[in-house]
Design a protein around this ligand. Sequence first.
Ligand code: CA
Ligand code: CA
Length: 235
Amino acid sequence: MRTTFQATAIATAIAATLLLGAGAASASVNLITFEEAGLVAMPNAQGSGVSAGAQLHDQFLATLGASFSSGANYVAVVDHGFPLLTPTPPNIIGGTNANGALDYSAVIRVAFYDPTNTGNQATTDHVKVLGDLFGAGGGSVTMNAFDRFGGFLGSVTDLDNKPLGQGPVLELNIAGIQSVTFSGTSGTVGFDNFEFNTVRPTGAAVPEPAAWALMIAGFGLTGAALRRRRTPVTA
Ligand SMILES: [Ca+2]
Ligand SMILES: [Ca+2]
């Protein structure tokens, strides 16, 4: 009798756990090339004012859960000026300063949120971006990753000694990435081909009430069974 009781309780707990797991979205890769409809690239001159259409902030928030910012509350979508250049299609992104002008030395930040409830944070476990120093000379580009509390998770830096349109692809695969920052040592650094796995809301572990009830019931039964088992046997 007791054995059956314990087995039932454990099976219920396992079923509840599987139910929770089934609710999580499977990861798929999103790619933003900055060629998307609605984005308007601006000329590439450092210090230029960023026209409204070239301001990228939350255009991908409600669909992919990604929000872009820099010194102004947006980054600039920039035509790097060489339309036939491959592999990079012409549009890249550059930083902005507090006055809202294109500033390649400004750090770019991308933060992740729940696309269905954009007030809530989300995380990803894979981020990749092409860093391209497109001025003369070489330098390095860096991507840093942070968790939802702003804690540092990891960093990757690589040299760009390649010409305009080419550069190192920076990649981080770490669970719990809520934001990343990009920067470079050159005065003219652009970023392109931003890739990330589908975000998971940080509240995603909170299951539906019915699932909670099932899980709590399951663990409760398991606990009760274990407590009974630990009861000293008197002679
Ligand atoms: Ca592009
Ligand atoms: Ca380059």
